[in-house]
Ligand binder design. Structure first.
Ligand code: 6PG
Length: 227
């Protein structure tokens, strides 16, 4: 596996700023950016929108989605819309949201079609669950073994317990840069297993690496405590 370039900063605020800077750099350069859900990236998205209100050169994709309506409070799209998209003056060239409202199978099939023919991403952002999950790929789930498609539908292996749509591991790894953003002491064990442990289906984060690109992680001190 490719090694991970790790940057440790003092706290969650500093981590959000660093990731916001990277998002802005990519938005200005153009290309494809894959956003992650969960709560950790929200502040990074807010800062990024404040730093650069013109995202018209970027295409946005999502790494995973919950099977709810796009305005549901559990929707990853809704979070990114509120934190990032609604703060922009110039919208991204394309916003490829996963249609969670179609359900996990039809939603996954639809996103598979949307991704058809798309090459490597430029930047994939990932969070990490306390159980080591990334996107909606959960420990020991059969979805970890899927290599013949880009998108899967899945049950949830972690809260919120609603069905999920997720990119597969090979599709997540098809990027020039894979960037983990992880903060907080409750993630310290998962960080150590995902970034410094042996690759294992017990920790999906340990299986997520840019196949031909760079894998980086921005951590706060609390999340890095067990490295
Ligand atoms: C999701 C995610 C998921 C998330 C982790 C971390 O839809 O839930 O994309 O993989 O990144 O669960 O979430 P937190 O940032 O909320 O801890």
């Amino acid at each position: 596996m490719n090694p991970v370039e790790i940057t440790v900063v003092a706290d969650a605020e500093a981590a959000a700023r660093l990731v916001a800077d990277r998002l802005v750099e990519q938005a200005r350069a153009g290309g494809s950016i894959v956003l992650t859900g969960g709560s950790t990236p929200r502040h990074a998205y807010e800062i990024a929108a404040g730093l650069e209100p013109d995202w018209s050169r970027a295409d946005l994709w999502w790494g995973d989605e919950r099977c709810v309506a796009p305005d549901d409070e559990q929707s990853n799209y809704a979070m990114a819309k509120a934190a990032l998209l609604d703060g922009l003056d110039a919208a991204p060239a394309a916003v490829h949201r996963m249609q969670g409202e179609l359900g996990r199978d039809d939603g996954a099939a639809e996103y598979e079609r949307e991704l058809g023919g798309v090459g490597d991403f430029d930047l994939v952002l990932l969070g990490l669950g306390p159980d080591g999950h990334i996107a909606s790929l959960f420990p020991h789930f059969p979805s970890l073994d899927v290599t013949d498609c880009n998108v899967i539908g899945s049950e949830a292996g972690h809260e919120p317990f609603v069905d999920r749509i997720s990119l597969t591991l090979p599709r997540i790894g098809a990027t020039r840069e894979l960037l983990f953003l992880v903060t907080g002491e409750d993630k310290a064990d998962a960080v150590s297993l995902a970034l410094a442990g042996e690759p294992s289906p017990a920790t999906p984060g340990s299986l997520a690496r840019a196949a031909d690109g760079t894998t980086r992680a921005v951590l706060d001190r609390a999340a890095a405590a067990k490295l």
